[in-house]
Design a protein around this ligand. Structure first.
Ligand SMILES: [Fe+2]
Ligand SMILES: [Fe+2]
Length: 350
């Protein structure tokens, strides 16, 4: 959908590397990520009955932590966690541990809050790897994987927001608010968040460039695809017309282009704290945030996980369900005994 994604400062070939030589740190960052991803990607996991989703747990809030503790166990199901679990790594590990005890599998993509730097954390990109490693150590899947024999391929899509996602360049009066957004992010000096988003050094381009190998793997798998990002992938998923800042900090058209290319059955996202369930083309886009307690007006108990995938029940063909008479069943069992076979083998249990 090139025409749909063309916008201010954004050419259709936004992979343009520009005329200046790119810093070696960019390639080192990508290589480090690919090396991490190749070590962990494409495990085939045991099948699940359902896949649920939630985003924006923001576990610094006591009410949110209590919500998580009360969440019932789903031993036969998986959960997609679409970022903004919390800022600190200890909090993140605690959440991963809790969710691993409640779900058979947990899939995860980091949000902007996880990349905020606390004391002693060098920069956002180091923190990014720390977060991925924490997930891996806790048994949470932050790399692409396959579910069961023929189940969906899960693909986390990394992204970052850029201005002009909806409605063109940001107006001058939001400049101060823009500077305050993600002010706890400490980017290394070679990353250029003030560049146009088409620049390979802008965080939105930088993170999107990590997704290419996973996208190719998902396509090659031939399975239905479920993708997940923290940020909004399509301008028509924009919900908030009250705050002039929001259209400039909520999404990424790089990400949008990638989702449009992959055409997943479902794309789960987060970040804007608005519940969304909308079909665009072949893809169902879903957001189910826990969000901040004030946004729920004390109604945290009413937030439920979103059901994004359900394995179809396999109904045995009618012929197998025909009850045999007691006499013929006995005859069958006896015949098997004479053969020396286990009499229960192949028996239809109604
Ligand atoms: Fe959030
Ligand atoms: Fe966020």
């Amino acid at each position: 959908m090139p025409g749909e994604l063309a916008y201010w400062g954004f050419s259709d070939d936004s992979g343009d590397e520009g005329e200046e030589a790119l810093p070696h740190e960019l390639e080192a960052f990508r290589s480090r990520f690919l090396s991490w991803s190749r070590r962990h990607a494409w495990q085939t996991l045991s099948p699940v009955r359902r896949i649920y989703a939630i985003s924006d747990l923001h576990l610094e809030h006591k009410a949110n932590k209590a919500w998580l503790e009360r969440l019932p166990a789903h031993e036969t199901d998986a959960l997609i966690l679409a970022g903004d679990v919390g800022v600190g790594l200890p909090l993140l590990r605690e959440a991963f541990g809790t969710l691993r005890r409640k779900f058979r599998h947990v899939f995860y993509v980091p949000g902007n809050h996880e990349l905020w730097c606390a004391a002693g954390e060098r920069d956002c990109l180091q923190k990014f790897f720390g977060v991925l490693e924490a997930a891996n150590e806790c048994g949470v899947h932050a790399a692409p994987c396959l579910l069961g024999d023929g189940g969906p391929a899960f693909v986390p899509l990394h992204a970052w927001w850029h201005t002009g996602f909806v409605g063109g360049p940001p107006p001058a009066h939001v400049k101060q608010q823009l500077e305050a957004m993600d002010a706890f992010c400490c980017w290394p000096s070679w990353v250029k968040p003030a560049d146009p988003p088409a620049s390979p050094l802008h965080p939105s381009h930088l993170f999107a460039s990590l997704n290419e190998e996973a996208m190719a793997g998902a396509t090659q798998s031939g399975r239905p695809i479920v993708t997940c990002s923290h940020f909004v992938p399509h301008p028509s998923l924009h919900r908030d017309d009250e705050h002039p800042l929001v259209p400039h900090v909520e999404g990424s058209l790089h990400l949008g282009r990638q989702v449009a290319e992959l055409q997943p059955a479902v794309h789960v996202f987060g970040h804007t704290h608005h519940a969304v369930d909308q079909r665009i083309g072949a893809t169902r886009y879903m957001q189910r945030p826990l969000g901040n307690p004030h946004e729920r007006a004390g109604q945290m108990d009413e937030v439920r996980l979103a059901l994004v995938w359900e394995e179809e029940e396999v109904t045995p063909p009618p012929a197998r369900r025909v009850l045999r008479s007691a006499k013929s069943r006995k005859a069958l069992v006896a015949a098997r005994r004479l053969d020396g076979a286990d009499p229960r083998q192949g028996e239809c249990r109604d």
